[in-house]
Ligand binder design. Structure first.
Ligand code: IVH
Length: 662
C-alpha cells in the first residue's frame, strides 16, 4: 500500500468502527459481533502504530487514554453554565407555570420534560464535525479540560453524524449506572480502596482521573440535552434541539417527552417517580423546559438560573434500618459531630451505612438512641439523614448516647458552646490535623490530585505527613513504601504536589482552613489585600470595614493571622517555595462588564467574550447593575430593549466595541 492508500484505509476503518460504536452504544442496536469489532480495531491500531502521522482526533483508538496528564487545564465555557431553580412539590410546579403564562399571556404552555439526572454536567465542543474539547462545569464560568477522559465514553461521538456542522457546543450529563457503581464499590472494597458514597461521586471521581485509562475501565454514560452554540442551524423549539442532537449522534434521554401543558407535566413527574427504581441510573426529579425558544428569550435568566426551566424534584428516598452505634467525628476545627453507624441498608440501589446526627440537640429533639429502629433519608449528594425513630419497635435494649468528657481522638477536654461540642486539643489533636491536611489538598483548595482522604490517613499513620508543610517534604521513595503505591501513582502525586505550589491567592487563603472563611470570602480577602504579607498586618476593624465581613468573622481571621501556630504553618509553607499570585488579570478593561446580544460579524460570540476577559474585563449573561456596555450585533435580542431602559448601560455597536478592545 502506498501512503495515500494507508491514509484511506485508516479513515475507512475509523468510520466503520465509529458507526458500529454508535449503533451499539447510542442506539442499542449492535450490527456486528464483539469479536469482529475487536478484530477491526486491532487492524486499525496496527496501521496507526506504523503510520502515526495518520492518527486522527476522531479515531476510535483515541477513546482509550493514551496520555497521562499531570493536571487538567482550565477551559472557559462558551456561556455560563447555569443551575436550575427547584420545586419540591406540585404547588411549586404550578407556580412556575403560572409565572410563565402570566408573563407570556398564554392560557396553556407546552413543556419538554426529561429526567433530572444526578450526574455531572459537561460541555462538549466540536469543530468541523470532530470532538475537540470537553470540560467539567467547574465554577460555571471555567471548567477543567477532561477531553481525553470524555473520549473513553462510547456514547459521545468523536465525529458527528451530520456532515455540515462547522461548529457546535453542546451540554449534557455524564452518569454512572447503578449496577456499575455497585460493582466498582465492591471491587474497591476488595482492593482496600476508598468507596464512593453514591453514583454521582463515582462518576465525578472517574471523570477526573489524570490517567484516562482508569476512566475507560469505569463504565460511564452520557445524555446530551442542550445546544449552546451552533453554526448554520436555527431552532424554534427544544424538541427540534433534541431531534438535532439525536441526528448528530448523541445519546438523548429516551424518556424525554413533549407535553401539552402543566397538568401533563405533573403526570409525567408522578409516573417517573413511580418508575424511578426501574431506571438504570439515579434521577432525583424531572426537568421541565418551555418548548418554544422564543418564549425562553422573553422569560430570560436570573444570575444563576434560567426562568424558563424548572427542576421538579422527587421526594427523597427513605428506608428503615437500625442504629448499631453512635460515634463522634472530629472536624477540622474540632467540632464533634455524632454519626450513626447503621445496619447497612439499600436506599434506591445505594448502600447506606452512616448517617449524620448533626448535634446533641438534634439527638434529643428526635429522641434517638443506640439500637433504635429509624427511618433514614438519602437525597442525591446530601449525607444521609435520620428523619425519625420507630418508638413502637423499642425493646428496652436501647441506650442513650452521651457526649464524652474527652475527645476520642486525642483525649483533650471536650468544651461546649450552645448545641455544639468541640475538642480543645487544637494542633495536639491528630483528627483535627488530618482533617486540616485533607482540606488543604481538596479540590477547591490547592487541589492536589492523588492526595485523597484515604492517603492522608495513611501518610499520617505512617508518620510521613503530620502537618500541612510536611506534604512538601514527601519523596517518591516514601510513597513507594506505602501499600499499593506504584511508580506511576507515586510520580503523579509528587508532580501534583510540585504543581500546586503555583497557587492563586484566593485558593491559598481558602486552603488555610480559617474558621468561617469559605471559598467566597477567600476570594474577597484576596481581592482586597492582594498579598499574604498584608493580611498579617490588618486590624480587626479593617476586616469589619469590608462589606461582607461581620465582627465574628473578622475576629476569626484576625486571630488566625496572629496565632503562633498558624504563623508557623504559614512560614513553613512559604519556605517550601509556594508562590502565591493574586490571580488578577491586569488589563485595559479592568473593572468593566460587557454583555452581548445579536450576531457579531468580526468575532464569534465566544471569541469576543474571551477577548474581553483576556483584557481583564468581565462578561455578563444578563442585564444587571454591573453591566457597563451592551454590545449589540445584528438582530439583537430582548436584552437590547431592556438595556435601553437602564441609563447606566451604554449601548454600542460592533465597530465601537472593536475600537474599545483595539
Ligand atoms: S437542562 C439551565 N436537563 O442539573 C441549564 N439539566 O441542578 C439547563 N441536569 O446544571 C439544564 N439533568 O447540570 C437539564 N435533563 C436535564 C438535566 C439537567 C440534570 C443538571 C444540569 C444543571 C443541574 C441543575
Amino acid at each position: 500500500m502506498d501512503k495515500r492508500q494507508v491514509k484511506d484505509k485508516i479513515e475507512q476503518l475509523s468510520d466503520k468502527l465509529n458507526k458500529y460504536s454508535y449503533l451499539y452504544y447510542v442506539k442499542n442496536e449492535p450490527v456486528v459481533a464483539d469479536s469482529e469489532f475487536d478484530k477491526l480495531l486491532l487492524k486499525l491500531r496496527k496501521l496507526e502504530e506504523k503510520y502515526p502521522e495518520f492518527i486522527t482526533k476522531d479515531s476510535p483508538t483515541q477513546r482509550v487514554g493514551v496520555k497521562i496528564q499531570s493536571r487538567f487545564n482550565k477551559v472557559k465555557h462558551a456561556k455560563k453554565m447555569l443551575s436550575l431553580q427547584a420545586a419540591q412539590d406540585r404547588e411549586g410546579a404550578l407556580a412556575f407555570d403560572k409565572r410563565n403564562r402570566d408573563k407570556l399571556q398564554l392560557k396553556k404552555l407546552e413543556y419538554i420534560a426529561e429526567p433530572k439526572l444526578d450526574g455531572l454536567s459537561v460541555e462538549l465542543r466540536y469543530e468541523e464535525g470532530v470532538f475537540i474539547q470537553g470540560s467539567t462545569r467547574g465554577d460555571g464560568l471555567t471548567g477543567e479540560d477532561i477531553t481525553t477522559n470524555l473520549k473513553t465514553i462510547r456514547s459521545i461521538p468523536l465525529k458527528l453524524n451530520l456532515k455540515d456542522i462547522k461548529h457546535l457546543v453542546v451540554r449534557g450529563e455524564v452518569v454512572m449506572f447503578i449496577k456499575d457503581f455497585n460493582r466498582l464499590n465492591k471491587e474497591n472494597t476488595q482492593s482496600n480502596l476508598q468507596t464512593f458514597a453514591n453514583p454521582r461521586n463515582a462518576a465525578a471521581g472517574s471523570l477526573r482521573q489524570l490517567d484516562a485509562s482508569v476512566t475507560a475501565r469505569r463504565k460511564l454514560e452520557s445524555f446530551i440535552y442542550e445546544v449552546i452554540e451552533v453554526s448554520d442551524r436555527e431552532f424554534k423549539t427544544q424538541k427540534q434541539v433534541l431531534n438535532f442532537l439525536e441526528d448528530c449522534g448523541f445519546k438523548v434521554n429516551p424518556e424525554a417527552r413533549l407535553l401539552k401543558d402543566i397538568d401533563e407535566a405533573i403526570k409525567y413527574h408522578d409516573t417517573m417517580e413511580k418508575r424511578r427504581d426501574k431506571i438504570n441510573y439515579e434521577i432525583d426529579g424531572v426537568v421541565l423546559k418551555i418548548n418554544k425558544l422564543e418564549y425562553n428569550e422573553i422569560m430570560g435568566e436570573r444570575s444563576t438560573s434560567p426562568r424558563w426551566a424548572l427542576a421538579y424534584k422527587f421526594e427523597p428516598r427513605k428506608e428503615m434500618t437500625v442504629i448499631e452505634d453512635i460515634v463522634l467525628q472530629v472536624g477540622r476545627m474540632g467540632t464533634l459531630t455524632p454519626v450513626a453507624l447503621l445496619k447497612p441498608v439499600e436506599v434506591g440501589g445505594v448502600t447506606v451505612s452512616r448517617a449524620t446526627l448533626h448535634n446533641m440537640d438534634e439527638i434529643k429533639r428526635k429522641d434517638i438512641k443506640i439500637h433504635d429502629r429509624v427511618k433514614i433519608q438519602r437525597a442525591g449528594d446530601v449525607i444521609p439523614q435520620v428523619i425519625g425513630v420507630d418508638k413502637r419497635a423499642r425493646s428496652g435494649r436501647e441506650k442513650d448516647f452521651t457526649m464524652p468528657k474527652k475527645c476520642p481522638a486525642c483525649n483533650s477536654l471536650v468544651v461546649h458552646e450552645d448545641v455544639y461540642y468541640f475538642c480543645s486539643g487544637g494542633i495536639a489533636c491528630p483528627a483535627q490535623i488530618k482533617e486540616g491536611i485533607k482540606h488543604f489538598a481538596s479540590k477547591d483548595a490547592l487541589d492536589i490530585v492523588g492526595l485523597s482522604n484515604k492517603t492522608v490517613e495513611l501518610l499520617y499513620e505512617k508518620g510521613l505527613v503530620k502537618s500541612i508543610p510536611e506534604i512538601f517534604k514527601l519523596t517518591k521513595d516514601d510513597l513507594l513504601k506505602l501499600p499499593g503505591w506504584k511508580e506511576k501513582s507515586s510520580d503523579n502525586l509528587i508532580k501534583a504536589i510540585e504543581e500546586c505550589k503555583q497557587a492563586t491567592l484566593s485558593r491559598f487563603i481558602f486552603s488555610l482552613g480559617i474558621r468561617h472563611v469559605g471559598k467566597h470570602l477567600a476570594e474577597v480577602l484576596a481581592e482586597e489585600f492582594k498579598d499574604i504579607a498584608n493580611l498579617k498586618k490588618v486590624t480587626k476593624e479593617e476586616f469589619i470595614n469590608i462589606n461582607e465581613i461581620g465582627p465574628k468573622v473578622a475576629e476569626s481571621i484576625y486571630d488566625f493571622f496572629k496565632s503562633k501556630n498558624s504563623l508557623k504553618m504559614l512560614d513553613g509553607l512559604l519556605e517550601t517555595g509556594i508562590t502565591v499570585n493574586t490571580g488578577i488579570v491586569e488589563g485595559k478593561l479592568q473593572g468593566l462588564t460587557f454583555l452581548f446580544t445579536g450576531t457579531l460579524i468580526k468575532y464569534s460570540r465566544p471569541e469576543a467574550q474571551r477577548k474581553v476577559e483576556s483584557l481583564g474585563g468581565k462578561v455578563s449573561g444578563s442585564i444587571n447593575d454591573k453591566v457597563n456596555y451592551l454590545v449589540a450585533g445584528e438582530n439583537p435580542g430582548s436584552k437590547f430593549n431592556k438595556a435601553k431602559a437602564k441609563p447606566s448601560i451604554r449601548i454600542i455597536n460592533e465597530n465601537e466595541f472593536l475600537a474599545i478592545i483595539k
